[in-house]
Design a protein around this ligand. Sequence first.
Ligand code: GLU
Length: 450
Amino acid sequence: MTYIHDTIVKLQKTSPAQAEFYQAVEEVLDSLQPILETNEKYKLHSIIERMVEPERQIMFRVPWVDDQGKVQVNKGYRIEFNSALGPYKGGLRFHPSVNAGIIKFLGFEQIFKNALTGLPIGGGKGGANFDPKGKSDGEIMRFCQSFINELYRHIGPTTDVPAGDIGVGAREIGYMFGQYKRLTGNYDGVFTGKSLLWGGSLVRKEATGYGCVYFAQYMLADKGDSLAGKQCLVSGAGNVAIYTIEKLYELGARPVTCSDSSGTLYHEAGIDLATLKELKEVRKARLSEYLAAHPDARFIPVTDYPADGHAVWRIPAQLAFPCATQNELTEADAQALVANGVIAVSEGANMPSTQDAVEVFLDAKICYGPGKAANAGGVATSQLEMAQNASMQRWSFEEVDEKLKVIMKNIYLSASTTAAEFGEPHNLVLGANIAGFRKVADAMIEQGVV
Ligand code: GLU
């Protein structure tokens, strides 16, 4: 216990005001106690001290000109956290909430997530405090080009391979790739999540959502249960939420909610996927507009949310898929879910449940798939995109989807067998953290003091 406290106190001093980063570190260190107690080697090699310190942090100015001719300035980040298992790999997030602490928490999580996939990828993350909302296509392009004017010198297909995250999809990847190509002259697999027209992989767009549902399927199968006929809560209305909903329908479940920054949509008959895709992927409109096509649905604006949490988690259901953002599910939300009889939670977002909420799920012994295991399908499929690019091949949708299923199954097995090995079979937080940590830590030891 004291080393966790000491590590956090030290981080608070050396990296001040990074609450989400401390939260991510504390959760991992808490899980690692049993393995650190019995393995002197990790202490001797100062593995924890090295792991919580990024190998490299790049912070830069991103100046760009808006449509009115005014110069705007944002802060850009790329945190190359750990390359023990392969080139840095992880997304770029463009959102006004982005700061060094947010990118560090995401990069830290990414190390263990990527290790769990069993694929040769290290952990990194980046982004900018840029708000894509309401920006014209020209503004988005100029921002992406300026972002790459600095970042291009740090990335490459065997060094650091960015992808998308919140606010970064195929359009932004296209503009960033174009500028990288112009500056370097290289046409290579430096980004994943590319368009299908020029090097992208089939299933990459769907992969995080699909993978999150496969993970729930494997957790339930272990209990002799399935997704069929289950009522599901989904939060978010971005890429992860949309393809979680799509896969839930394919596997016979009924997703009844989704949400965006304006509020929560509750459609008891089941969310109409075509309307949702039209609103969010084509028109980039607010969720409340869904009611025009489906007056029987209900929209709960954020102003009507409970003071201690999120309206979406107060709706009775058997399964929950947090697919929006960090800390979107509070302790009170978790208590409401458990009281309403939820049997499984599978996280499509990164660290969506607060630490207290996670405790509630673990105490209730429901199936709980933490983000770094349940949402690893996205980055895993990114690695499949890298493999296709490097070998100049193109795999079919079925081929990639089949590989994704196998990877998600292996992640589940790795987390659950490790949890059982340490005497807490239901605790996939412990299992995922230890399984991921062991791979990275042992590789670091073998590679010496670097
Ligand atoms: N941003 C996604 C994640 O959180 C995907 C990263 C990637 O594909 O590299 O894992």
